[in-house]
Design a protein around this ligand. Structure first.
Ligand code: XMP
Ligand code: MG
Length: 179
């Protein structure tokens, strides 16, 4: 793994390694299994950013589950545009069942704050949130994750599914914008 990488006009430095990520996912998976074993939860993966985390997470879960994907959009470049659009929406497959929403990062919390009522509208038995990252210093909306892999400072990050103008999602490690 490289300690620094350039994406377009920006320089990023290694922040969390693939080994740290893998170890933390094992821990989260253990907690999720303990809570949901024999409940067959439904995972809603928020595309595009959470795809990489979600794939690793569900492979670590030794239980029956179902999964579907939604596409929401609010972010352009380095700052949130402040409104959220649903591009690929929800189906009805989880009515009466426990849901776990899988996100890449909770930044201001706006995306999930707007999306949660849409999920509750389908009458799941419960809704919990698993997120790869939170930025507690950026939170503006009342959204709390039940499972968080890592808390980071309020700086822009790429890699492990997260992008800078759609680039960098394929980096296996997480990188933070350099000063
Ligand atoms: P909100 O503010 O709605 O933001 O909680 C959540 C969405 O914003 C994106 N986001 C980032 N994407 N690096 C990224 O590549 C970041 O540092 C970052 N911060 C927020 C992300 O898509 C998330 O779903
Ligand atoms: Mg994004």
């Amino acid at each position: 793994m490289v300690r620094e990488t350039n994406i377009a006009d920006k320089k990023f430095v290694l922040h969390i390694s693939r080994e740290q990520i893998a170890a933390r996912i094992e821990e989260l998976a253990g907690s999720i299994c303990a809570q949901y074993k024999d409940k067959t939860p439904h995972f809603i993966v928020v595309l595009n950013g959470a795809a990489v985390f979600a794939v690793d997470l569900i492979k670590a879960l030794e239980m029956q589950l179902t999964v579907s994907f939604v596409r929401l959009s609010s972010y352009h470049g380095l700052a949130s545009s402040g409104h959220v659009k649903t591009i690929i929406g929800l189906d009805d497959s989880f009515v009466g069942r426990p849901v776990i929403i899988v996100e890449d990062i909770i930044d201001t919390g706006k995306t999930l704050y707007d999306f949660l009522p849409e999920v509750w509208d389908k009458n799941p038995s419960s809704v919990n949130i698993a997120t790869f990252l939170t930025k507690p210093g950026a939170l503006k909306y009342a959204v709390a994750a039940d499972y968080t892999a890592f808390e980071i400072e309020n700086k822009f990050v790429v890699g492990y599914g997260l992008d800078y103008n759609e680039l960098g999602r394929n980096l296996p490690d997480l990188y933070m914008l350099a000063e």
